[in-house]
Design a protein around this ligand. Structure first.
Ligand code: ATP
Ligand code: MG
Length: 550
């Protein structure tokens, strides 16, 4: 779709080389989400990379649920992840894979390592393991259980499987090197006890393999050639190779790391996003302010705009913070040419046209898009009472203000020029009604003897319907909340604003559109859930027409 080139980034170059040197026959990738939350835009980056590679090289990409931690994983998340990937327009290879389907095989490989004196059951507590592991400056210390006999280890590991231990009481560790410069290699944990039922295997297991142990083996079993993951797994690469070598498995996939997506004004970690939901800062995973794929979908983002964004940010080894304006640019770009334009007034103020009769109406045919006639037309009516936006009127004229002022003129979009002659205020001094006259010779024509600069949007009172508009700002007030320990201190308490206004009635007859541009206001999409809840048509603002609103 976006013409990925075969030398798009360093990963494509590695693949080209492997194919040229005949190291592999066919490229095989995988996308391995853990079903412990909804996918976010960071995952979209990984989805695009893995699935696009498979597409371009005529290879395959598996969807594998990396479900080795029963405490946080749920069926419901599996469902949402599948739905999101399909919505993005990608298809996985054949059936869906689960790390949990390999539990038996993984167990056997663990036994193999024990028999090769390469794994042992450790009785140190979690805290002690951490202490013994050392730091970057301090080498680790061997556990007193490190040199237990194979027989004892086999016995204890089987006892682990039988459920004879409490959570955290024992674990299986690889016997590698407690003095390694790479801390990951200091006898990493391969299996832990968790007396919790698993959403798929139920009560069958009470020991679960770690990510490090299961991931590389799952990749190898499936015949993955290039296992692409984000940079935080850089130190695990050595372990990935070690395990595959020691269990002596035939196929040896390779792991390559690329930088994680960090996006301005948000956090991209399921754990932190979960906290936003729990604290009721947002209304669930699908809230249109959330950076989740479901949230973006509800906000009005299209798969095409998300893919375009992922292509634009590229793949590299350098971590950086991507501007939110880039994501907004991508959706604007996608919507611009296909989205019909209507008028809506978000902060209405009433105008009475004094020089026409109560029953006068003028039908005007308006293009749905000024540049693309194929998008069609619709009807609007000009008559006695109309609404304009409060911000389009200022009592006192100033030369910089190109909208309506007392005794000044402005053009109503697609319609006549009007002149404000009088205003009516309430007892608090707020303007309630503006009285205007219209110039009947200005429909589709410039006035002969003068210049009128401003053009404002409007709707007729009689030919409009009430609507709600939800306007959004980012959830966070700072660019990089991910970097802050106390990120919850930077929550924007006003990230949602609700406006009650009016839209052209004609929109209701034509609302087959996915998204709409309300002229001079921005791109919007109908919020179906709230439309039903509010019993009033409700829109989400997707993005403004230009500039930033944060
Ligand atoms: P989170 O911290 O959000 O839970 P995760 O890495 O634990 O993220 P997984 O479900 O394990 O989430 O991720 C599946 C795949 O998506 C992994 O290969 C991971 O590297 C990738 N991924 C996750 N977050 C990002 C991101 N921000 N940018 C790029 N890739 C990502
Ligand atoms: Mg993870």
């Amino acid at each position: 779709m976006f013409n990925y080139k075969k030398n798009e980034n360093f990963i494509f170059k590695i693949i080209n080389k492997d194919l040229k040197k005949k190291k592999i026959k066919q490229v095989y990738t995988r996308f391995p989400p853990e079903p412990n939350g909804f996918l976010h835009i960071g995952h979209a980056k990984s989805i695009c990379l893995n699935f696009e590679i498979a597409k371009i090289y005529n290879g395959k990409c598996n969807l594998r649920f990396d479900d080795t931690n029963p405490s946080t994983e749920k069926k419901n998340y599996v469902k949402s992840i599948k739905k999101n990937i399909k919505w993005m327009g990608y298809e996985w290879n054949k059936k869906i894979f689960y790390s949990s389907q390999y539990f038996k095989k993984l167990y056997k490989y663990a036994i193999k390592l024990i028999k090769k004196k390469l794994a042992y059951v450790d009785k140190l507590s979690k805290k002690e393991i951490k202490k013994y592991r050392g730091t970057l400056k301090k080498k680790g210390t061997n556990s007193p259980y490190r040199n237990q006999s194979i027989k004892k280890n086999l016995y204890l590991f089987k006892q682990m499987k039988k459920g004879k231990f409490k959570d955290g009481e024992v674990c299986l560790r690889a016997k590698i090197n407690m003095k390694s410069l790479n801390i990951t290699m200091r006898d990493p944990v391969l299996y832990r006890v968790k007396n919790i039922p698993h959403y798929r295997t139920k009560n069958k297991w009470c020991i679960y393999p770690t990510y490090d142990f299961s991931h590389c083996i799952s990749d190898a079993i499936e015949g993955v050639t290039h296992s692409l993951c984000s940079l935080e797994f850089l130190n695990n690469n050595e372990l990935y190779k070690w395990i595959l070598k020691k269990i002596n498995i035939k196929k040896k996939p390779k792991q390559y790391e690329f930088s994680r997506l960090n996006l301005e004004y948000t956090v991209l970690s399921k754990r932190k996003l979960k906290i936003l939901i729990k604290k009721k800062i947002v209304d669930g995973w699908k809230d249109p302010r959330m950076p989740t794929i479901s949230g973006l979908k509800n906000r009005g983002y299209t798969p095409k705009s998300i893919k375009k964004f992922c292509k634009k940010i590229g793949i590299s080894k350098k971590n950086n913070l991507i501007e939110l304006s880039l994501l907004e640019h991508c959706i604007r770009n996608d919507l611009n040419s296909k989205t019909p334009r209507f008028m809506a007034v978000l902060n209405p103020i009433k105008i009475i046209i004094t020089n026409i009769s109560d029953d006068y109406k003028k039908k005007i045919i308006v293009p749905n898009h000024p540049l693309y006639p194929n998008i069609g037309t619709h009807k609007i009516y000009f008559n006695k009472i109309i609404y304009i936006d409060k911000s389009d009127f200022k009592e006192n004229f100033s030369s910089k203000y190109k909208r309506l002022s007392l005794n000044k003129e402005v053009r109503l979009r697609y319609s006549y020029i009007i002149k404000a002659t009088k205003i009516k205020k309430d007892n608090k001094g707020n303007i309630k009604t503006i009285f205007c006259t219209y110039d009947k010779d200005t429909l589709g024509k410039k006035p002969k003897n003068r210049k009128v600069k401003g053009v404002i949007h409007w709707v007729s009172k009689k030919y409009s319907v009430p609507a709600k508009f939800q306007l959004f700002k980012p959830i966070f007030t700072i660019k990089n909340p991910e970097n802050k320990k106390k990120y919850l201190k930077y929550i924007n308490k006003k990230s949602i604003k609700i406006k009650n206004g009016f839209i052209e009635k004609c929109f209701l007859e034509k609302n087959k559109f996915n998204s709409i541009q309300f002229e001079r206001e921005g791109y919007f999409i109908i919020n179906k859930k709230n439309t039903i809840k509010n019993k009033k048509i409700t829109f989400n603002k997707i993005v403004s027409l230009k500039g930033k609103n944060y």
